[in-house]
Design a protein around this ligand. Structure first.
Ligand SMILES: [Zn+2]
Length: 145
């Protein structure tokens, strides 16, 4: 299946993990980068799919999640970093990514996942100087819009 990539992004091998999402143009700080697209599924279905090794599921709220591995636009390749250059915001049921700082063409776009369906013991390999060592933040925080 051909991936319909969102404008300004490309998928390449990442030094962090597998493939990553890279900027093909300049995104000034605060600019919207993309929307997370994919199949809209229930939280129950998302827990059922959580057994897969590569997680491409993003929670929208307590009822709904989006599985980017089906019908995604490339943003589901975004890797986690403890020192990210992008953040996620949920607005009216849409998951949007914004530049946390200026992002230049060729830079990998990274996000602090904060909470995932991964185990809290899942190690982080982002390489940031302030890497916390695990992908999940152990104190649970919930995204709010
Ligand atoms: Zn890290």
């Amino acid at each position: 299946m051909r991936l319909k990539l969102t404008d300004g992004l490309t998928i390449k091998d990442s030094p962090i993990d597998g493939k990553g999402c890279f900027a093909t143009r300049f995104f000034p700080r605060g600019r919207k980068i993309a929307e997370y697209e994919g199949e809209r599924i229930t939280s129950r279905e998302s827990r059922r799919r959580a057994g897969r090794r590569k997680l491409r599921i993003c929670d929208v709220d307590e009822h709904w999640s989006i599985d980017g591995s089906r019908g995604g636009n490339g943003t589901h390749y975004m890797n986690h970093s403890c020192q990210p250059n992008c953040y996620m915001k949920i607005l009216y049921g849409h998951v949007l990514f914004f530049a946390l700082r200026d992002i230049h063409p060729g830079e990998e776009i990274t996000l602090d996942y904060i909470i995932t369906l991964h185990s809290d013991k899942k190690r982080c390999t982002c390489g940031a100087p302030n890497c916390r060592g695990t992908i999940n933040k152990v104190t649970r925080t919930v995204f709010s819009s």
